[in-house]
Design a protein around this ligand. Structure first.
Ligand code: UDP
Ligand code: MG
Length: 313
């Protein structure tokens, strides 16, 4: 299988036939593709629409129905788990993304990239959605070191190897490029179409931005320190210990100069507390190291990723 298009669906009854037709039209030139539609516990007639097209085109359309609404990320993960393509495209089902962009994105991928990310340059959502997302994109870019304009755009093309290696939790589908980057993927960004929502309702409000920022902490930790947590905790520990010690010495010297009792100063207690916090942080790092070993070794996970092999088994 060459190409899998995965689309999460929650109450998108009217858009489903349009999505299918648009995908079919866009992929006309590609003979080997599948469209994986994941019904994320829709409560409207989405599933009936899905059955119709799955029955009409069984060679292309695959259908997965989740038992309840698990959220967009989980629905995407279910689709990816079932995808057989060498390339995997993620796309929203509400027709805000345009399937017609897919061939152009694949062409870009073929220039030697592992991820091609869509950028909704003229985004058709309210300013109240666009501004927080602009700030979030900037922060995510700084923190992960992958400066994309539009993490939130679902329409992205991935080589199979860079998307199947890790599990997705919370709102994390948007961070797949950051995970991919951490395993050495090359990432490109292209401007894609974006349309106003014609049918159904948007499923999210502002609270999503907060979830995204919280997820960012996890992503940063997982991508930068998951195989070496003691570097983070230990680094923090050493800094705290040094700071505590310097504060202590400063107080001691000041006492020599001014004759004030060190013990009477609350700063004295604080300096010792900071020092102890540093020691604790290093111990926490050691515990995290144990957890990491359980994580990698129980699942036989590797701490490296291979791009290509020649003459080796
Ligand atoms: N979606 C889903 N499960 C959910 C919420 C959303 O599968 O719990 C799907 C939804 O049907 C759509 C896509 O995720 O195909 C993006 O949702 P939406 O258009 O509401 O988000 P936005 O375009 O505002 O980012
Ligand atoms: Mg949408």
């Amino acid at each position: 299988m060459y190409l899998s298009v995965v689309s999460p669906i929650f109450n998108e009854r009217e858009s489903i036939p349009l999505l299918y037709e648009a995908v079919k039209k866009a992929l006309g030139e590609i003979k080997d593709w599948e469209l994986i539609l994941v019904d994320d516990g829709s409560t409207d007639a989405s599933y009936d629409e899905l059955i119709k097209i799955a029955e009409a085109d069984p060679s292309h359309v695959r259908l997965i129905r989740l038992r309840r609404n698990f959220g967009q990320t989980a629905a995407i993960a279910a689709g990816v788990d079932h995808a057989q393509g060498e390339l995997i495209v993620l796309i929203d089902a509400d027709m805000q993304n345009d399937p017609a962009d897919i061939p152009m994105m694949i062409a870009k991928l073929d220039e030697g990239y592992d991820v091609v990310s869509g950028w909704r340059k003229s985004r058709q959502d309210n300013a109240s959605r666009r501004l927080p997302s602009k700030i979030a994109n900037w922060i995510i870019g700084k923190v992960t070191g992958v400066p994309l304009h539009d993490y939130g755009c679902t329409l992205k093309v991935y080589r199979r190897e860079v998307i199947t290696g890790f599990r997705l939790y919370g709102e994390m589908h948007r961070f797949i490029p950051a995970f991919a980057n951490s395993v050495g993927a090359k990432i490109a960004e292209v401007v894609v179409n974006h349309h106003p929502r014609r049918f159904g309702k948007p499923k999210y409000g502002l609270e999503r931005t907060m979830k995204v920022v919280l997820d960012l902490f996890t992503v940063k930790f997982l991508t930068s320190f998951s195989s070496k947590p003691i570097y983070l905790f230990g680094g923090l520990g050493f800094s705290l210990m040094s700071f505590g010690m310097i504060l202590f010495l400063f107080l001691a010297v000041r006492r020599l100069g001014w004759g004030v009792s060190v013990v009477a100063s609350p700063l004295f207690t604080i300096s010792i507390m900071i020092f102890i916090l540093g020691v604790l942080s290093i111990f926490m790092g050691l515990i995290a190291e144990l957890l990491v070993r359980a994580y990698y070794e129980s699942q036989d996970k590797k701490t490296y990723f291979v791009r290509d092999r020649r003459n080796v088994n």
